[in-house]
Every structure is written in structure tokens, then in C-alpha cells.
Ligand binder design. Structure first.
Ligand code: ADP
Length: 302
């Protein structure tokens, strides 16, 4: 556990996250009197993924779908990234929620924001490669206030969530904007529960794989689980993903999710994504269900 302060400005308060490569702390900014989040990575870490993450996050600025980048630097032992503090991640929100699932209206609202955030990262030439609930966080009260004053927007036009963690991101376009050719066999990338079949098969990932992960995530939000939720072993999960590599994955959900599934299945390595089509499917899933027009989110009700 780290203590003290960074550059005499950010006083470390508590650790809120621990990931594959580093640790995330809440800190108090003595200059602005606002809380911030700081991600640390040990310098001894072989890959130094944080430097790359900082590069991607900087390129994504400014955007309401990603954390606001404040600064980055290094101390004797650590590289660090200072950014706006957000709320809890969607994995923990779901786990603490009744029945461990979200309503269709909440899932669609945040699902659309997820598609838009994936679209933005694709637009700058990167794929995320680790789309999962714990990489989406709710906007924090202070960031919402900042966004309102910056954008002078009404509260209900602001996004609910924000996408983070670009440590596994990868360029799919070269500097001239041309598609990079798929590499031969590659190692597994991502998080086993949400990784596409391509990742298990060692096939180089592309834009379609972010959408596969998103589909798994949406199914989990609506059903409360995936067929492989209780399984830890990667090979067994792979077998189950193959078994459910049909519309049976979305059985019991609106027909629009079958269309979503069928669309993702048609995507080839080089294909761009029809984000608008996917958004329209989600919107139809709500309309067809004749749900009451309810803008409040599940976690605001309980
Ligand atoms: P790693 O790359 O080490 O997995 P992440 O960037 O995914 O680390 O962060 C791990 C967790 O820390 C996230 O799931 C989230 O709960 C929390 N976290 C990270 N950044 C922030 C932030 N800016 N605001 C609030 N929580 C954050």
C-alpha cells in the first residue's frame, strides 16, 4: 500500500483497485481540492503498459466517454497516471444488485454508451481488446458537475459510464490510416469470460472482437450470468463458448439480440462495424417490449 503524496500535490487517500499491472488510488488534489484517481505501475514491470495506456488516453482527449487525463509522470519506482475519479465499476454494481442483473432499459442505455465509446477508440485507430464490465465505471458526482459546467448540457444528456484501461489496446490502423494485416498465430489476449472465440483460437484480434466481448457483457447484464460464468478453466470456457456459438446464447431475450448475434457472427477480420445498426437494435429491443419510458437507472431506484 502506497502512502504520502505525489509531487507534493496529490495526497494518496486509499487504494481502490488492483489490476494485472498496477494499483489504483484515490488521491486528494491539494490545488483544486478535488478527488482524483492515480494509476501506478511498478517500473520493474516488464511491459511498462502504462506508458502505452497514457498515449492512448491522451489521444482520446477530450471525450465524455473516457476519463479526463490530468497528468502523468514517474517517481523512482513507479510510472503513474493522474485522471479524474469515477464511481464504481459495472462488475461491482451488478454483483451488488438484486438478482445480479439489470433491466432491459438500463442495459440498453448503458449498452448504447458502450457502443459509442468503442466507436471512439476505433475511430482513432485502436482496438481495446479488454471490453468487460470492470472496465466501465460510473461517472463520479464531481466529474458530472465538471461536465455540466464545461458542456452546459442538461444532466440527462450526459453519459452514465466511462471506458477505461487501455493497457491491452492495440493499433489496428497504421499511421496512414491503413488496416494492419493480421499476424499469424498470437497469444490469448483479454479476460477469459468476455474474450471472443478468436482470442481463444490465437487469431489476431480486430474491431469485431471488441463487439463480441460487448455482446457477452450485454447477455450477462440481462440474464445475470453467461453459460460459463461458474467456470474458471480457460479450456472449458472455450468449449462452452463453442457450444453456445449460436442464437442459443441469447435465448429468452428480445429477437433484437438474435439479430445482434447474427450480425457479429458475419464480421470478418477487416470489417468495420455498423455501430448505428447495433444501436438501433438495442433501441428496438426497448420499444418492442413496450416498457414504460423510464429514464432512471436500476441502481438509482434501489
Ligand atoms: P488494470 O489495468 O491494472 O486492470 P484498471 O485500469 O482496469 O487497472 O483499473 C482497475 C479498477 O480500478 C477498475 O475496475 C475501477 O474499478 C478502478 N478504477 C480505475 N481507474 C479509475 C478511475 N479513474 N476512477 C475510478 N475508479 C477507477
Amino acid at each position: 500500500m502506497l502512502t504520502g503524496s505525489i509531487r507534493g500535490r496529490w495526497h494518496l487517500v486509499t487504494r481502490i483497485g488492483q489490476g494485472g499491472f498496477g494499483e489504483i488510488y484515490i488521491a486528494h488534489d491539494r490545488r483544486t481540492e478535488q478527488p482524483v484517481a492515480i494509476k501506478f505501475e511498478k517500473k520493474s514491470c516488464q511491459k511498462e503498459a502504462l506508458k502505452f495506456e497514457i498515449e492512448v488516453l491522451s489521444q482520446l482527449q477530450p471525450s465524455i466517454f473516457f476519463p479526463n487525463f490530468i497528468c502523468s509522470g514517474c517517481s523512482k519506482d513507479f510510472n503513474y497516471l493522474v485522471m479524474d475519479l469515477h464511481g464504481p465499476n459495472l462488475s461491482s454494481v451488478r454483483r451488488h444488485h438484486r438478482k445480479r442483473c439489470f433491466s432491459i432499459t438500463t442495459t440498453v442505455k448503458i449498452g448504447i454508451e458502450m457502443i459509442l465509446s468503442i466507436k471512439e477508440i476505433h475511430k482513432i485507430g485502436f482496438i481495446h481488446r479488454d471490453i468487460k464490465p470492470s472496465n466501465f465505471v460510473l461517472h463520479h458526482e464531481t466529474t458530472i458537475k465538471k461536465l455540466i459546467s464545461k458542456k452546459k448540457k442538461k444532466n440527462d444528456n450526459l453519459p452514465t459510464i466511462c471506458l477505461l484501461d487501455f493497457g491491452l489496446a492495440r493499433r489496428y490502423l497504421d499511421q496512414e490510416g491503413k488496416l494492419l494485416q493480421p499476424r499469424g498465430k498470437v497469444g490469448f489476449r483479454g479476460t477469459t469470460r468476455y474474450a471472443s472465440l478468436n482470442s481463444h483460437l490465437g487469431i489476431d484480434l480486430s474491431r469485431r472482437d471488441d463487439i463480441w466481448s460487448l455482446l457477452y457483457l450485454l447477455v450477462e447484464f440481462l440474464k445475470g450470468e453467461l453459460p460459463w460464468s461458474q467456470v474458471k478453466d480457460r479450456q472449458l470456457i472455450f468449449e462452452l463458448k463453442k457450444k453456445f456459438n449460436s442464437v442459443s446464447l441469447v435465448k429468452g431475450l428480445s429477437i433484437q439480440f438474435a439479430k445482434f448475434y447474427e450480425y457479429v457472427k458475419t464480421l470478418k477480420f477487416e470489417d468495420s462495424i455498423d455501430y448505428d445498426y447495433l444501436i438501433s437494435l438495442l433501441q428496438k429491443a426497448v420499444k418492442e417490449g413496450k416498457y414504460k419510458c423510464d429514464h432512471s437507472l436500476d441502481w438509482d431506484k434501489s
